[in-house]
Design a protein around this ligand. Structure first.
Ligand code: ZN
Length: 321
């Protein structure tokens, strides 16, 4: 068994987190207990040291914060084992649209291995004092330099490049025009495994979300798309959903990931049997319940960390592209 003892019960009070000057921060649950991450695999410690070498003299270097915390309850949720299958969603059009139903109340955080050896992760993260404009800004600001991407997860994020950086930086265009169909080339660690992926952010309607339901649900930011592995760049190995909406005191972000050969992912893939076989052979055997858990931990850490730095980062660099 691999060591899973990621968190020491050493809570840090929410008041230690810099929430900026927004009055909304007062609405954060004051009694929520936070835990410091006290375990990182050796390869991630080495990556942190390498990242520190290149980021320290950047103007945003003071936002590089290796002391990372997560809500203790969030970490405990992931220690309860995989979700039951009825608590999960498939990547079908019908299922992803349940996310837009205000009556749908899923378990906040969890993971499972679905059919087709498909990794599945679900999460909801609260961003105190943030709003969806900040999230949109983040997704067009950070791919410009590797070092910006490192802020998000100082131990595990290595590099991020954008296909068309001129379009990405063009402030006369909308967020959607800048980011969608403008591939991001990402290198990061999930657990101890280095991965090279291509993220193709797309209009959520193109991914199967209902336009009217999307508007009604209040989600005003989407950073959702398909993902390919660099060794099958013409393919689609996953569907990734990030939907943000403004709520009392901040923003909530709803995330879902499906990685593997789930039959419902075929609707997002180029046609052709040989292509599907290639995906099944290369991706599916790599997906195990261990990789599901590691992905859930990665998501929990990076989005809670982003939630802690985003309002003040935006305050300082929000006018920069
Ligand atoms: Zn990441």
């Amino acid at each position: 068994m691999k060591r899973r003892n990621l968190f020491l019960a050493a809570p840090a009070l929410i008041s230690t987190i810099n929430l900026g000057s927004k009055p909304a921060a007062a609405q954060v649950q004051p009694t929520q207990e936070w835990s410091t991450l006290t375990y990182q695999p050796m390869v991630l410690q080495q990556q942190l040291a390498a990242n520190q070498q290149v980021i320290f003299d950047k103007p945003f270097g003071h936002f590089f914060k290796p002391d990372m915390t997560v809500p203790t309850e969030a970490a405990k949720m992931l220690l309860r084992g995989p979700l039951e299958l009825e608590q999960t969603l498939s990547p079908s059009v019908a299922d992803i649209n349940r996310l837009l139903d205000l009556a749908y109340k899923p378990i906040e955080r969890g993971y499972a291995l679905l059919e087709g050896d498909t990794l599945y992760v679900q999460s909801r993260t609260f961003f105190p004092g943030a709003h969806t404009d900040m999230l949109k800004w983040w997704f067009v600001w950070h791919p410009v330099e590797n070092e910006r991407y490192m802020l998000w997860y100082p131990f595990a994020h290595v590099a991020n490049a954008i296909e068309d950086s001129v379009r990405l930086k063009n402030r006369s265009l909308s967020y959607e025009e800048r980011l969608y169909n403008n591939p991001n080339y990402v290198t990061e660690y999930i657990g101890t495994t280095p991965i090279d992926i291509v993220i193709n952010f797309k209009d959520p309607v193109e991914l199967g979300f209902d336009k009217a339901a999307l508007a009604k649900s209040g989600f005003t930011a989407s950073a959702s798309g398909t993902v390919s592995n660099s060794f099958v760049p013409d393919g689609v190995s996953s569907l990734m959903v990030h939907l943000g909406r403004n709520i009392d005191g901040g923003m909530e972000l709803i995330n879902r990931y499906w990685i593997g050969s789930h039959p419902e992912l075929n609707r997002l893939r180029p046609k052709g049997e040989s292509f599907k076989e290639k995906i099944v052979k290369m991706i599916a055997p790599k997906m195990t319940i261990d990789t599901c858990y590691e992905m859930a931990v990665h998501d929990m850490i990076e989005f809670h960390h982003l939630a802690q730095i985003l309002p003040t980062l935006y305050q300082e660099f929000g006018q920069q592209s």
